[in-house]
Design a protein around this ligand. Structure first.
Ligand code: NAD
Length: 356
């Protein structure tokens, strides 16, 4: 692994983060970053990613981007929390995986409730149990909120309906075509919602097991190579893998009308929001569409206790917020990504901590 020293505050991703911590533990093999972007609205919250990053710099930049996005996500989802994120740098088959997770949870405890965390890419429900045994600041626990992915997919589904309504005049799924990149927890659950309602699916995943499972669950799905999925002629393209899908090379290759997916940080840069707007492709901002998972897990912290009924109601509101952003974008002739960012900033910059 490449080792470098960075002047962190000079990175564009730094964006006034309130705190960034690096933690390592030789005994277990833990190496991780925890980032807290903004706590104006409440304690930071955001999942922990477990990933075999190629370098510490890559992991560092990732945690900064992800935690910043959580601030925006919390603001638009109207939950009284701020943005944070953790990343663990390790191979998924690491022999001391459980020890790494336990050591990480103890580091989370040091933040004394300024950071709540749970599942993200590479973290399983079993991992959540390991973390929760060591820390009271783990959310999305079994028997409480549980796995956030189906809720994240449901939020994407509602956001996507707002897009269909504006572009096609109705939100019907039957007869529409969808390309889904990443057939994992969120992508798989989204496929389920679309397939059940008569949507035509094209999917791709780099993991052959995930492809096999998708073919079993959705017998009529068409599978294409991962590098071809964004080129499919479809009504909606749903990126549900990792981030960075859209840039000046990939955007001209798109043949969809709407982009709405679960992956975090889909735009490689702010400019890409403008590019999509220029190409006449309706982009539903990722952090708005995929907020269902967040809404579900923070409900566990509600003093009234977890309620799936309240979660569903709030997740459904994503459709209304998406519609509002799309309409404003049309009115102002500005990219949806810009409109969403300004709206979120208005909320968290002027925001006061509310009672949970
Ligand atoms: P996951 O690990 O279950 O699924 C991701 C899938 O993407 C995997 O099957 C992986 O093989 C595949 N993949 C990776 N790179 C790929 C590529 N280049 N082409 C095709 N497939 C590729 O993770 P998940 O929980 O489904 O999360 C997916 C995305 O959604 C992530 O960006 C995550 O941050 C975001 N997200 C997840 C949640 C949640 O609750 N799980 C909530 C909000 C946002």
């Amino acid at each position: 692994m490449k080792k470098i020293l960075l002047d962190a505050s000079r990175l564009p991703e730094f964006d006034n983060h309130e705190l960034v911590a690096f933690t390592a533990d030789r005994k277990s093999g833990l190496k991780s970053f925890i980032a807290i972007h903004n706590t104006n609205l409440g304690p930071a919250t955001g999942g922990t990613r477990y990933w075999a990053y190629d370098s510490e710099e890559e992991a560092f930049r990732d945690v900064l981007r992800l935690s910043r996005a959580m601030t925006y996500k919390c603001a638009l989802a109207r939950v009284p929390y701020g943005g944070g994120k953790g990343v663990i740098i390790a191979n998924s088959h690491h022999p001391r995986r459980r020890k790494i997770l336990a050591a990480y949870a103890k580091r989370v405890n040091l933040l004394e409730g300024s950071f709540y965390t749970g599942e993200d890419v590479g973290i399983t429900p079993d991992d959540i149990s390991v973390l929760a045994r060591q820390s009271h600041f783990i959310i999305g626990r079994e028997k409480f909120a549980g796995d956030p992915s189906p809720w994240a997919a449901l939020g994407v589904f509602f956001a996507l309906q707002a897009g269909l309504e504006v572009v096609f005049g109705n939100a019907d799924i039957t007869g529409r075509t969808f390309a889904v990149k990443g057939l994992g927890k969120v992508g798989g659950a989204l496929c389920e919602l679309l397939y059940r309602r008569g949507g035509t699916l094209i999917g791709a995943d780099i993991d052959p097991d995930r492809v096999r499972s998708a073919k079993r669950r959705f017998p009529r799905i068409k599978i294409v190579e991962a590098k071809e999925i964004h080129r499919q002629r479809v009504d909606v393209y749903a990126p549900c893998a990792l981030g960075g899908d859209f840039n000046k090379k990939t955007i001209p290759q798109l043949r969809c009308q709407v982009i709405c997916g679960g992956a975090n940080n889909q735009l490689s840069s702010e400019k890409d929001g403008e590019r999509l707007h220029g190409w006449g492709i309706l982009y539903i901002p990722d952090y708005l569409a995929n907020a269902g998972g967040l809404i579900n897990v923070v409900s566990e912290l509600d003093k009234r206790g977890y309620s799936s009924r309240r979660v569903r109601k709030k997740v459904k509101d994503i459709r209304k917020t998406a519609k509002k952003i799309i309409m404003l974008s049309e009115k102002l002739n500005k990219p949806t990504s810009d409109v969403a960012d300004r709206l979120a900033e208005r909320i968290f910059k002027n925001g006061k901590r509310r009672k949970k």
